[in-house]
Structure formats: C-alpha cells, structure tokens
Write a new protein. Sequence first.
Length: 968
Amino acid sequence: MLRRTISAGCFRFQFYSDSIVRIEHSPGRLFRDDATAVICNRSPESAEVSEIRDGNMLVLSTPCLTIRCNPDSSHFTADDLIIKWRVRGTLRQWRFGDADDANLGGTLRSLDCVGAGKLPETQPGVLSRNMYFVLDDSSTPTIDSATGGLIEQHDRNYRDLYFTAYESYSEALRSLALLAGKIPMIPRYSLGLWFSRYFPYSDNDFREIADRFDDLGIPLDVMVFDVDWHRHGWEGYDWNTDLIPDPESLISWLHEKGMKVSANVHPGGVPDQDTHAPQIRNALGLPADKPIRLNLADKNQAEAYMNLLHRSIFDQGVDFWWIDGDAARMNGLDSQHWTNAVYYEFEKRYSDARPMILSRFGGIGSHRYPVGFSGDTRSDWSALKYEVEFTSKSGNALMPYWSHDIGGFSGNHLDSELYIRWLQFGALSPFLRVHSDHGDRAPWEYGDKVSAAFMAIYDLRKGLIPYLYSLCYEASIKSLPLLRPIYLQWPDDEESYSHSGQYMLGDALMVCPVTNPASRGHAHLDIYLPEGTWYDYWTLRRYKGGQVITYSCPINRIPLFARAGAIIPSMALSEKTVNPCPDPLTIHIFYGEGGEFTLYEDDGSTQANERGEYALTRFTAKHENNLVRFIISPAEGTFYGMRSTRETVLCLHGVSQPAAVILDGKEVYFQYDEQSARATMSFTLDCSRGAEITFTNTAFADQVACMPALEVSAALLASEHENPPVLVVSALCEDAGNYDGLTFTVNAPQDWKLTPRHDSRPNYRTFDLGIPRRQMTGHHTIEVKASIDRMRAEAGIDWAYSSVTDFIVIGTFDNTDNHGMDVCYGPETDFGFHQSQDGRNWVHLSEEAIVGDIMPLRYIDLTRHFGPVNDVVAYAITYIHSESPRDVRLDLGSDDGIIAWLNGKEILHAPEPGPAAPGQFRIPVKLCAGWNQVMLKIGQIFGDWGFYFEIKKEDGEPAQGLRISSTI
C-alpha cells in the first residue's frame, strides 16, 4: 500500500520515493518535522511499502529497498538498521555506520593554499560506484517555521539519516536536489569576464583598468573591489575615501559601461572607529567596552547586520558581495553555510535583481547560494591541474558553480604559458575571474602576443554564452553540473574513470585543459575519447571514439572536441554578454549523428524566471539516409525583452558539400567552405512558428580538407640555471610524413647570436641564444618561418621587456623589529658599493638579465641568493643609460619594505613590511642623459624576500631603448 510515514518504536521512516527514505531514531521518540539548515524539503511523498515482522525485527519493503530495523533498540548500532537493494541484478547491503569504499569524491570548503606540496583529497559526494548515498543531518539546527530563526539541537542520541539508492548518477543528483533544494539560476552577466586584484586601487585605477580592457575589445562584465574599499582594515562599512572619494559616482560610471560591481567583506566584525559602530551597538544593546563581533546564527543580529550595515552599500550601487569568511556560530551548524544563506536571502529580498554571492563552500546544501569562491590557491601548475579535476568532481556534491582565482592567488609572477593555459581553463569553466595578490593578470602586462591570446580566449568564451547559460538552466532543472566527469555520461565505460584531467562541458564538448608546461613548444597529451565520433573543435579532424589519442597542442589552443550530433548555440562577439536574446543567433551542428539541445532564455537579470517568465526553444537534428533535418521548435514561454523574430545562422560542420538546402519546403541559398568543411545558411526565424531546414545529399567531409596545412611554434626555455637560454622551434603537419624537406628560417634582433644545437627530431630545431650582456628595455621579436611541400607557416616571440634584473646586491645588515630600515648603513653614505665594505656578501645577478619567456616580468628572489633569513636588509644597485633626458615611470614592488634612490635622491620611502606585487609603487622620474644610478634598500622580516623593478613609459608600456648594467 502507499505509505508516506511509518513510526515503529524508536524509529520513524518517511518515504520520498521507492528509493529515498528518511530514517529517524530517537530513544525518547521525539521526531522533528521542521526543515534544517541543510535539508529544506521535509515533505515526503509516498511509496508502495509493505510491512512485516520477522521476530524482533521490522521489515519494510519498497520496489527498490528492503529495510530491516529493530524498533525497540534505544541504542542505535549496526545490527539495528540494515538496508538492501539491487543494482542491475546485484544485491547490495548497507548497515548503519558502514563507510562507502567506492565514493567518487565531491568537493571541499576551499582551496586555500592548494598548490605544490598541498593537494588534499576532496570530501565525499553523492556519486558512488556502489550506487547509494547516506546523508547524516542529525545535529543540524532546525529552522523555526514561524520565525525563520535557527533552533540548536541538544539531543546527542537523536539520529536523522537520508538513504538513497539509485540506478544512475544523474538520478542521484536529482535525489539530492529533491532533499536539499534545487540549484538556482545565476545572473547572465556572471558568465562574462571578471577583474579582481588584492591591491589598493584608486578611483582612477578602476576607471583606467576598465578603459584598457575596452580598448582591447574585451570589455569587463564584473569589477571587484577587494578589501581596500574599507576605511578600517578588512572590516567595517566606511568607504576609504582616500582611494575612492565618491563611491556612487564610480559605481555609476562602471554601471554605465555595462559592469556589475562586487565588494569584498570579512563578515561579522565592525571596528570601533567605524561610523556605523554606534548604530549597531544601540540597535542590539551591545556593550561599549567590547569589540563588535556579530553572530549571524542569531536572527536579530543577522537582520540588524544586513539592514544597518549592508543596505546602504546596496543603495550606493554595489550589486553583490564577495564573502571572505564566516560569522555564524551555533553547535551543529556550518558557519560558512549559514553566513552564505544570510547574505543570499537578504539580496533576494532587497530587490528583484537576481541574487548572487561569491563565497566558500559550506557543506551539502551550499548549492542553494551560488557562487563558490575556491579561495587563495598558489600560482603554480599543480594548482591549475588540481582545479581542473576538482571543478568537475564538485558536481558530485551538487556544487556546479566554482569561481577560481584564474592564475592563482599567491606566488610569484606567472610565466606567459601558465597564464594562457589557466585562462583557457577559465574560459571553459563556470566563471572567468582573474585575481591575485601580486598582479600580472591583465593581458597588457604580458605584451601584444599574450594580449592576442587573451582576446582569442575571450572570444571563445563569449561566443559560448548562450550554450553556457542553457547549461545553467539544465543544472537548475536536472541537477546536472556544467562541468561533468566523463563517467557521468559514460558510467559503464571503465576507461572513463581514469581520465580526471578532462571533462565534458555539457553533453556536447570534451575539454582537456593543458596542465603541464610544454617542454618543446607544443603540449602533448593523452586524451580519451569515449564511444562515438569526435571532431577536433579547431581543425575538424575526425576521430573514432573508444580510444586514447596522443594530441599535440600549440599554446594558442586548448584541446577541445565536439561530439558528432552536438548542437551548440552561440552569439556574435559584438553582442553584450547581458543581452538576453542575441541577434543573430548562430547554431553549430556537428555532422554524423542525431542530437538535441534546448536553448534557455530569460531576461538574465531579475527573479522573473522564478515566476515562470522564460522561454525554451528545442533544437533537433535528425540523420535520415543522406539527409540532415534540423528542426527548430516554436519557442515555449515568454519573457521581457524576448524577440518575436531574429536572424539565425546554421553552420553544419564536418560535412561534404550538400546538394541543396531546403527551408520549410523551399530551396534556399547556402554557402559551402571546402577548407573548413562547413555548410552555412541564414534566415529570419519567426520564434513563435519555428522552422525546419534540410541539408540534402550529405556525407562526411574528406579528412584532408579539414586539416590545417602547417603549424609552427617557438618557445624560449630560459632560467637562471640555463645559460645561455635555449630557443626551440617546431613544426606540426599531420600529412608531412617524415618531414623531409622541412626548412626553418629564424630571425632574431640585431646582435643576438643563434648557435644551432643537435636535435635528432625531424620537425624540431634547437638553438643556444646569445643575448648582449647589457640588458636593453623595450620590444624585441624573434621571427620563425617554416616551409614544407609548398606549405608555409610563421610564428614569433614578442619579448616586450620592462623588467630590470641586472643588479649588484650587498648584504645582509641587521633589521631587528624593522629598525634597520631607519639605519643609514654603509651603502647609503656614498651611494656606491666597495668590496671591502663591512665584509658583507656580494651577489651579482647579471645572469638574470637574459632570463624570460614571451614577456619576462622577473621577481628578484633574494632568499635564493642569501638563504632563508629573517630580520635583515640588503642593498641592490644598477645603472640605467638614456641617450637623452626623458620622463619614465619606475614600477617597484617589494617584500618586505623598500626605500629607493635615483642619482642619490630618495624617490620612494615605504619601509613597512608587506607582500610584493608588480607595480606596487609607481614613481614618475626624469632620467638624465647618460648613466643614472638606482639604489634600493630591501627589508626582510620573515618569509619571502625579494622585489620587482620595471621601467615603463607614463602610459604603462615598456620604455624603449634604455640600457641596463650593474657595472659601468
């Protein structure tokens, strides 16, 4: 019979379906019906349940589960609860307390400090090869149904478990959403480009950054204010008007340029000097002699905190909060979870704008409050690799939305290869948010070549916005993450469990981020393609699935494959990210199999979608003999801003030239590009009627026609241990056979010497690169040309050099309690170094003058030369030669304090300790004609020790034609 609730002695069972059961055990037989902070659905459905007695055991059976329990046992043990179920004919069993030995992993609270040396295992998710999961909600506070406040649970003998068995992984995710709530839609703008940095930016800095991104053709969608918007450290709600004199004016300007604004907050504290402190004390009756530390688990404190401290910031235009901590204290409560809930629900009530926060994970149920902030990772290859695996695996815990610091947070300057590879992953992940504590996340900090790569990455991302936004809807309705482990789509393919470094983006695209440096120009990966037919997204080379392929990838590409039958809607690059209904809409279809896709659209910015205001348009591709029929169904639903008609472009990829294209029964004009094997047609779509398009007499395109003729790449392999640096050039052509007849031409700047090395590989050439000893700032280019069988290709390395790395350093001197920064040691007396001076150690760093990659930005690491020392200072000296007097800008950064002199005159006095960042101090100076002496005094307290030194023009570009030498 159908049963919803069965009470038996100390047990109560509530059924949500044949395979989902809530199990309560209470010696006092006190059961609970209110929702908890984690489980929001306390309304069981019903199931077909039979009930029999077997001695002292009660046996409950559904079509899926057999539950044996001892209702009279007041002590809950493994023998008191046994559940059995079948998965594809195999009987499985779980006893209370059993661990799951086949769990596929889930997510973590954060990735703080993750990188080389710290790569933690994730917490369990709900996907398991044992095909079950158990949630323990025993100690979680309940939510008072009348007041909405939290009620702490004190009965330690009470147990509240949810057991779910499932036939498929997707069913498991839907089951979790049934219990803990669905994934909400995020605002459309969040899929665009975010900029953030831990740095005291001023009003003018924010405007300059926004304008520079606009000038590159990659406009920002989100600008983030990190902690320095606060007047009093990391807390409080007074604006730092020294940096941002008129917050409303700045935010309004950013809004007019199409950006949303987020502000960082470390929740719970209000400094005494903050002007809001008296108000919050009076409202809550807090004593004047104690610091204000609010507890957001207290409903009254939470409401006062949000209304008195945050509402005014919203009124000034801030769109959402980046919550960099937690402040909800109650036994059994995940503090981060409830902190997130308080902020998200306040945003939801504040206006009809669609809410969003950026915050760390607070356990199961956190998916209700997107977006996840993964924390302060290290800036290294191991962190990138970890993020790739972590992000796809997090969907196993119903956490589809993670925003990473693209490029990592802490560490030294990224080389251009790691920077580009991290951006590529970001472009094909939920969010593209650049951030760090040391800068160098803006493309212009790397020169023209990297800026071009950034633009290509941005173009890829922006074009996919309609596809990605539809995947967000799929996450909300079907509980499927955007990034999916291969086994989620191919659970019976054993090989799919062995390739955690690649993932599906939706069900159409296979993404394989490059997470290791390329040793010789191209990255080489082993990539698994499951059953079916696959296309290289870039070249349209066709692969048969069910195999591991070895794939070669140049720096400007991320390995990306489209499944035959894939349907991918895209938008024009000229469209705004926030445009809810792009016109034209381009639909890409990959030939070879049938496929389906549902395009989701709404206004993108309000909560109207929760009121049913959205539209769904179903696309279906059918292969019938040599015909391809593509059906666009009439749009279902409406929303504000929806178009009644729009220009639509169909691109059928990987196909031979069709005989004709027929639109709704009439033959129409189409174009065919043999080189790209693409048939294209366009028309005006009546969204209320839909359309049917037929491509006739089709077949797979010839493979050769889809292949690029020749690719060439160049890379500098240089470090302070590789002297001279090595230039490696390589060519790649799938049809070149043994590469007989391959020739290279390499042109380097004048006075640079190329000495060939022996290289046995037929498609590589290796050279020792000799660079004049005296460093020259500005732009340098190495051009590489390759040819074979009448095919030609070119590549180059643009070396836009602004860093100064040629120094004489002397030290160390005492700096106990940082007092050494005030002491005038020997080098300061005559602004010259002498070998006899104090018997100190001398270090000549001239070998670093030839170190770099596409655009070297070098961090001078003094611990590498003096060892791990504390409480010291050292001096660094170099000389800059200018042909004539000229104005330049010296960009300095130091860990810890720094004092700088130019030609004996102090130009910077910043003795206080702190982390280094490029461009931390920007000092306009005038160079004299001839040689100019620069001396730096670098303090060290503990930890990292080093500095950055760049010479730029006033506009931030590398200064041209200056010579650098530490000895003259």
